[in-house]
Design a protein around this ligand. Sequence first.
Ligand SMILES: [Zn+2]
Ligand SMILES: [Zn+2]
Length: 431
Amino acid sequence: MSRLLLKGARLLDPGLGLEAALDLRVEDGRIAELGKGLAGRPGEEVISLEGAVLVPGLIDLHTHLREPGYEYRETVASGTRAAARGGFTAVACMPNTRPPLDTPAALGYVRRRAEEGGVVRVWPVCAITRGLAGRELADLGLLRRAGAVACSDDGRPVMNAHLMRRALEYAAALGLTVISHCEDEDLAAGGAMNEGAVSLALGLQGIPPEAETIMVARDLELAAATGGRLHVAHVSTARSVELIRQARRRGVPVTAEATPHHFTLTEEAVRGYNTSAKVNPPLRTQADVNAILEGLADGTIDVIATDHAPYSREEKEQEFAAAPFGLVGLETAVSLVLDRLVHGGVLTLAEAVARLTVNPARALGLEPGRLEVGAPAHLTAVDPDRPVTVEAARFASKGRNTPFEGWKLRGMAVLTVVGGRVIMRDGELVV
Ligand SMILES: [Zn+2]
Ligand SMILES: [Zn+2]
């Protein structure tokens, strides 16, 4: 087991309220010592982190690892490398694989793959309904015991309100979070982008904002009635932000996430028919982006997640209407958060870090990582000022479908440590 001394960083732990310039020593996979001017010991690797900020390991609570079944898009090995490269030490992976993660055996397969070839922690999310078919509940109790951190039919909504109500009832009893992909399939059917002036100009069928907001409203009502913990995935509309804000004020047990693409881009990114900007829910208007930024700032949206969704080149090189929805996010998220939100004056660095660490942990009912002696050494360092240019060719992900190619951003993850082991340094994997 490697021994590490991380020197010269500013430590920032929003959960503990810690912000201090301290060195941090790691032994046997755990934080062994915090202090000023710690001296290196024989056999210890010393890493200088001058100018960087060391935080508890970042968590992405919405990743598609694509394994089993779609290994040509991503694998547990490649997806966890992308996570590490982006500064994440843990990912919650979605169950829309082939077969879907709706049995303990399927969950076990992903966990084994993670143990064999994964480089960050992998927390499987199980299906809400058998086969993600929306007809009958999966055995949520069994799946919870098999290690599911949450349940979701992500990629598809649970259209049947009765089933969603029962899922939230079970989830309340099991302490399991229900992650809702809020989309009314009938309202969204056939759509390829946001419905509005741009879809009209491009001659593409639109997805109206109500396709999302109606389901957000429904699920908030059901969470209020059942006491089941609800997490709203990928909020894309201003009205959804307002509905969630009102529900939180009433004490409804709801958390919500925004993705970097939804707080950065508008439907204008679709002009030119760039299929890397085709995502579900779709990129919306500037008014929606502004509302999401306000929701992030006031804590209505308490989690930032990537919805990392890799596809092959062939799949994305179809005409716009036929191409699949989704984009890769693990290797651009931290830079977009630092550039757009922190340097953009939307969040303090501590607030941004909370939305990537303590808040996603709590949304899943997990204990957050901490920068204290004895805690497991899952750590991330970010340099808020180091410039970076997005180059998909350098991604560890198999997916190249990013709408941010060539963007110059300020700030990046510079170190990823999982269980005391250095996985990424200065943007390069070291495994
Ligand atoms: Zn989704
Ligand atoms: Zn997703």
